[in-house]
Design a protein around this ligand. Structure first.
Ligand code: SAH
Length: 372
């Protein structure tokens, strides 16, 4: 591991950020600065373009706003992103950032490069309430929802760090977003939706909904809303094929058992063959990886436009599970392939820096846990 850990402090307190505000909220903000009503739409349009087309990180460069308005904006506002606490670079190119929020809480964000483009894995909450027994994030005691600005701010910051502000979407390093970091995005639906709607806005960042995947542990009632309103790609953390096992791995299953979850998947509006639902399945030795499990998985997914992502379990200190053996993973995958399903075995990325799935957990939290 080439640990490029660089401790950067957030400096002093920053004024509240305009990043993440909706157009009506921005309009209200400029109105409060005494911008005359007939100018407000124009000012909002200008701000929007500076923030989301150019990636402006301060008001000074927003030349067409006028000196006077820039000054008034600076007094009570900023376009700040979350602060970087540390940066770690994996030998495979994956970059993990520990970010510090204005209230001192910390979250993680991961960039996973591919041949030409890459994916940004963003967090939706500080910690997570779901307590999935194999997930490290679930052991964090502290939980709060991220604001829309903190969610969108991750994306803005990653583009700053990667020098990735070309307007042309096809030339960007970050071409996809996966809501697969810390937290359950559907438990923070409104803020996630607000951030993603800004990301998809054609006058700004303009990332297509096809480039965005939201992963859920199966919050059934919110899945319907997500499909109807946001229409982004859906990934479902299935991980087990019987309620008995899934109740333990993903305790949310006790509220929304597998049959209900599968019904919600069938009803997911964007689910057709062009946009299949991804089912994530973590491979845990002798827990969920038998051939019988694979057969049941095929039965569950029958008639569903689905692909399966097999995730070798990423161990973390004190984890009560082991990763399935290569043999078991491959025979599981083969059965699915033979049944016509695409079931790639996900190569773990950034394992050396604990940036792989389920390993995200803030460093400070680790220190606190160690102290206990
Ligand atoms: N709460 C959402 C978003 C988190 S996504 C969800 O559950 O889908 C993170 C993905 O990594 C989920 O599929 C999660 O189940 C998986 N994961 C968690 N811990 C893991 C681990 N230790 N090894 C491999 N995958 C893990």
């Amino acid at each position: 591991m080439t640990d490029a850990a660089s401790a950067v402090s957030s400096g002093g307190a920053t004024a509240p950020s305009l990043v993440g505000l909706t157009r009506p909220e921005l309009t209200a903000a400029v109105a409060a600065l005494d911008v005359p009503e007939r100018q407000r739409n124009m000012r909002v349009r200008q701000l929007w373009r500076w923030m989301y087309n150019r990636g402006a990180s301060g008001f000074e460069e927003m030349s067409d706003l006028g000196k006077d308005l820039r000054g008034r904006l600076r007094e009570g506002h900023s376009v700040a992103r979350p602060a970087i606490a540390t940066t770690q670079k994996s030998t495979d190119g994956t970059i993990k950032w520990l970010l510090r929020l204005a209230d001192g809480n910390e979250i993680e964000m991961v960039y996973i490069p591919d041949q030409e483009h890459g994916a940004l894995c963003m967090s939706s909450q500080v910690g997570c309430t779901l307590n999935c027994s194999f997930c490290h994030t679930g052991t964090m005691p502290l939980v709060r929802n991220l604001t829309a600005g903190e969610i969108l701010g991750q994306f803005m910051l990653a583009r700053d760090c990667l020098d990735d502000w070309p307007t042309d979407v096809s030339q960007r390093k970050i071409s996809t977003i996966v809501m697969m970091g810390m937290g359950e995005p559907l438990l923070n639906y409104d803020n996630v939706a607000q951030a993603l709607n800004i990301v998809m806005d054609g006058d700004g960042i303009a990332l297509s909904r096809r480039g965005i995947t939201l992963s859920t542990a199966g919050l059934v009632p919110a899945m319907e809303r997500c499909g109807r309103e946001l229409r982004v790609n859906l990934a479902v953390s299935l991980h087990a094929v019987t309620d008995e096992v899934r109740d333990v791995l993903v305790p949310l299953n006790r509220r929304y058992p597998i049959a209900e979850l599968m019904r919600a998947c069938r009803d997911y509006p964007s689910a057709n063959n062009a946009r299949r639902i991804t089912f994530e399945y973590v491979m845990l030795q002798e827990v969920n990886d038998s051939l019988e499990d694979a057969r049941e998985l095929i039965r569950l997914l029958r008639d569903l436009p689905a692909k399966i992502n097999l995730i070798p379990f990423n161990a973390w200190p004190g984890a009560p599970y082991e990763c399935s053996s290569n043999n078991r993973i491959h025979r599981f995958a083969k059965l699915l392939n033979d049944a016509g399903y695409s079931a790639p075995i996900r190569t773990p990325r950034g394992r050396d820096i604990m940036a792989a799935c389920g390993q995200l957990k803030s460093a400070s939290e680790k220190i606190r846990a160690a102290a206990r």
